[in-house]
Design a protein around this ligand. Structure first.
Ligand code: IPE
Ligand code: IPE
Ligand code: MG
Length: 226
């Protein structure tokens, strides 16, 4: 029996290097990267097994980038969501986020909340964008939430207090050749399979995703048993 694939996570890396390679400014890489998000999300919404797609879009450490790049990314997220609503409805995609939205502008937060509300009954796929997300930040916020409610910390209580009470990750892909986690979903990847590809995110295609999935299907996941 091959592995089931319900929850796929992707660390979308390499936009800047892609732009540099083609003689463009870094922001162009982010723009093309957003088109790839659109295509991969459509693919996952049609896939008969994938229920959740979690995409690392902006980390708690990405604020360290130059203000111009950060501002561009904020505008891009907003533009992406406005443009995407039609596709979310057409493809049956529910939009969700993980991460602390507090530092974002009121306008962007409103767009995010509206998109969640308008797509909440779509059931082909949940697309979760990790925005101002860092796994340590998520774990600390969740522990504090439980402490405030005077609740005991157990694997179950903490697991369901996280931003992602959806499910553990089955497969984690990182593009661009870097082989690190950069504080993406630490708790949820306890037993995930990893796939690293040298392809830069703007060059990533559904054909490559299909071949990664095919490889994942053949692996043996033991979860500590024999
Ligand atoms: C990933 O691409 C997108 C974000 C982190 C927002 P990068 O911008 O990190 O691209 P590289 O790693 O510099 O090539
Ligand atoms: C991780 O990529 C964050 C996102 C893809 C959003 P980075 O490019 O920020 O990570 P590092 O700095 O190479 O670890
Ligand atoms: Mg990077």
């Amino acid at each position: 029996m091959s592995n089931s694939l319900k929850h796929l996570g992707i660390i979308m890396d390499g936009n800047g290097r892609w732009a540099q390679k083609h003689g463009f400014k870094r922001n162009r890489g982010h723009e093309v990267g957003a088109e790839v998000v659109r295509d991969i999300t459509a693919f996952c919404s049609q896939h008969n097994e994938i229920e959740t797609l979690t995409l690392y879009a902006f980390s708690t450490e990405n604020w360290r980038r130059p203000k111009l790049e950060v501002d561009f990314l904020m505008r891009l997220i907003s533009r992406y969501l406005n443009k995407e609503l039609e596709n979310y409805m057409k493809n049956g995609v529910r939009f969700e986020t993980i991460g602390d939205l507090e530092p974002f502008s009121n306008k962007l937060r409103k767009t995010i909340e509206q998109t969640k509300e308008l797509t909440k009954n779509n059931s082909n796929l949940v697309q979760i964008l990790a925005l101002n997300y860092g796994a340590r930040d998520e774990i600390v916020r969740s522990v504090n939430k439980l402490l405030q409610e005077n609740r005991e910390i157990t694997i179950e209580s903490l697991g369901s207090a996280l931003d992602t009470p959806y499910s553990d990750l089955d497969l984690l892909i990182r593009t661009s050749g870097e082989e690190r986690v950069s504080s993406f979903l630490l708790w949820q990847i306890a037993y995930s399979e990893f796939a690293f590809t040298k392809t830069l995110w703007p060059d990533f295609t559904r054909t490559e995703l299909e071949s990664i999935i095919e490889n994942y299907k053949k692996r043996e996941r033991r979860f500590g048993a024999i």
